[in-house]
Design a protein around this ligand. Sequence first.
Ligand SMILES: Nc1ncnc2c1ncn2[C@@H]1O[C@H](COP(=O)(O)OP(=O)(O)OP(=O)(O)O)[C@@H](O)[C@H]1O
Ligand SMILES: [Mg+2]
Length: 610
Amino acid sequence: MATDKVIGIDLGTTNSCVAIVENGVPTVIPNRGGYKTTPSMVAVTEAGKRLVGHIAKRQAITNAENTVYAAKRLIGRKWHSPQVRNAIATSSYRTVEGPHNDVRIVLRDKEYSVPEISAMVLQEMRVIAEDYLGAPVGKAVITVPAYFNDNQRQATRDAGEIAGLDIIRIINEPTAAALSYGFGRNLEKTVAVYDFGGGTFDISILEIGQNGVFRVIATAGDTFLGGEDVDARLIDWLVQEFKREHDIDLRQDRMALQRLKDAAEKAKCELSSVRETEVNLPFIISSERNEALHLQKPISRALLEQLSLDLIERTIDICRQTLEDAELEKRDVEEVLLVGGMTRMPRIQQAVGEFFEREPSKGVHPDESVALGAAIQGYALVGEEHEMVLLDVTPHALGIVTQGGYFEELIPQNTTVPTHRQKIFTTSRENQTAVKILVMQGEHERADQNELLGEFILTGLRRAPKGEVEIEVTFEINADGIVSVRAKDLDTGLEQSIQVTASSGLTRDEISSMMHEAKDQLVDRRSSEELEAAKQEAERLVGEIERLFPQVEQIVAQSDFGREAIDKARVIVDRAKNAVTRKDVAMIKEQIEGLARTQRMFKGVVAKTI
Ligand SMILES: Nc1ncnc2c1ncn2[C@@H]1O[C@H](COP(=O)(O)OP(=O)(O)OP(=O)(O)O)[C@@H](O)[C@H]1O
Ligand SMILES: [Mg+2]
């Protein structure tokens, strides 16, 4: 039976993590390898097998073209956006434009939408939880960067649905980290959460109050600023150095690029604890004269800092702005929590400490606190923890496009969600039966600088000779930060239908067919794992029996009873081998019982004669 427990999933750019609250205690669930985080990587092998997590990462260099990493950088983004252009310029996998101006990833000639790729990671996290709990899991809370816009949130929701999960809430990553920090501690404190991960940067300022109230005061961030960008700086530098020495561009070679990426990240991480390291990549490429070339470069912490200083500065600028938006002084912030793998970099800790004039706290685990917070929120939502209230805000202003291409703000940035605003639209032309509304999110005065969420067309309006039909449109942001729009004719009270176009999201039909495919894949995988386990057990028993055969034969062959037993054993072993060759799980399982009995008997016979 499915458990009604809710899992919390931190779907990271680089690593994902799953947690649950058990007997009131939030716990991270380790994967089969014993690791508490799983790489957010997906690959398809030559034989068409899907790999997720550590096994995908391990084969990334030799299968670079069919291995996806950092898919979160592409989720909910439009193909022509500068971020997508930037991300795919350096990626080793192939991408094409999808049918909704979205991005599709090509693996072994099959195109996948980005939510489908993320769904594979989510499904893996679900399987990790199911293995641990010994029961199917249905419900989950998933986290997203606080600065994610509506398109990115919707796409993440779609990913959850494709993975067959009931996403009961989407919460913001820094907020989740604050929840895990404050849970059950009865604190009264203003905290800042600085979350610098693999792909995104977020800063949130929260007030933790009596009775478990967590109120976000302000949030901001950059959804395209993370460890990936720091790695890119180091890769650029290495490529340039190599070009200078050998006049060869390493970017031409996908495998070389993947090796460089790996080595750059490793060097960056090492430089958090040592001051000097070396990138050493033998046989990275061949020269025109076919001689093998190596890349060997010492890298100092100072160089890494110099290459990434402006990125760190950008995060501090955002902190400054957020503090202003929160109308707080530095001294009002009583604790600064560091979240995300990048906050292990000493220069970052120093910059954050200098800015807030306070030593950042080590009070939360940089890799685990987000998933723990998601699990805590799930636990609260199913009613097991009443003493907790979470009040988050919308990271972007919501508005519409007005004449002249201006952005008219309806819901300001940092408004507590859920929230809604109403606006009355009046038809202006005679017999006008439709009104088009362009809904956008962003902070710019010029509409085209903001993110288009959708074109909403009110149709079937009453024909009025002079126009002037009043339509009340309600713009709503729910607790997930997701936007919806409703409309009503004020004279007749009738709800108007709204058609959504120009959205980059997937259609219902697409989601449903992707969901079925994901389910089939899971069933396939589960049965192949079951087959593998049964096969191993049968083979182990057959091996044992065959090893003991000569001895047992010698001992019991004198009696008819003994010969019969040996014949029977032979039949069982043959049947088991046959079942293994046929890969028939049910048949193998049927034979295991007999094999085990035979093995016990053989062991008994041998033991008695010693
Ligand atoms: N010791 C270290 N020193 C420097 N950087 C590190 C260290 N350990 C991990 N990182 C970097 O942290 C990043 C991963 O952090 P994390 O796992 O928090 O990201 P994520 O949650 O997957 O991404 P995001 O939250 O942006 O979606 C990677 O870029 C990784 O190289
Ligand atoms: Mg993260």
